[in-house]
Write a protein of this length. Structure first.
Length: 156
């Protein structure tokens, strides 16, 4: 659903067809946010002078944010897009991959949200790159895809 660290932020449940983006929230945790809500921030950063961008980079992020965390139920089918080259090599995946959303732990106060690639690799949302695009294909669990577990969930 949404990791414990995003619980105090505005949030909503995903819907089929949602266009999301991996985002670092003010809690410093990675999660998913509506791409449309983040694009104005990205566009306005390009309009800033070098000094304004440096100043923004070092500015403290206010704790409350109007950008909602988007919660995904386990078993949902997603497409991850724009997977960076270094992560493609590390995880043996392509630039765009269909993944299942999963939870790697039931423990309280731990990061548990992850994606599972078709090759069985499970990766915590905390290890995705900010700015990666995510499209929600279906919130319903996919019955015909049971990935081989090539290696256990990665925890760093």
């Amino acid at each position: 659903m949404c990791d414990y660290s995003l619980g105090g932020l505005p949030n909503r449940l995903a819907v089929d067809g949602d266009e999301l983006m991996v985002h670092r929230f003010p809690t410093y945790s990675m999660g998913l946010a509506p791409a449309a809500d983040l694009r104005p921030e990205i566009a306005s950063a390009g309009d800033q002078s070098l000094w304004q961008r440096v100043k923004s980079f070092f500015a403290l992020t206010p704790f409350c944010s109007s950008i909602p965390a988007v919660c995904i139920p386990p078993g949902a089918s997603l497409v991850l897009k724009n997977i960076p080259e270094d992560l493609r090599r590390k995880w043996s995946v392509g630039e765009e991959e269909t993944v299942l959303f999963t939870q790697i732990s039931a423990e309280a106060h731990t990061y548990r949200d992850a994606v599972c690639f078709r090759n069985g690799r499970q990766v915590s949302l905390q290890h995705l790159s900010e700015g990666m695009l995510v499209k929600v294909l279906s919130l319903e669990p996919v019955g015909d895809w049971v990935p081989e577990i090539a290696e256990p969930a990665l925890r760093w």
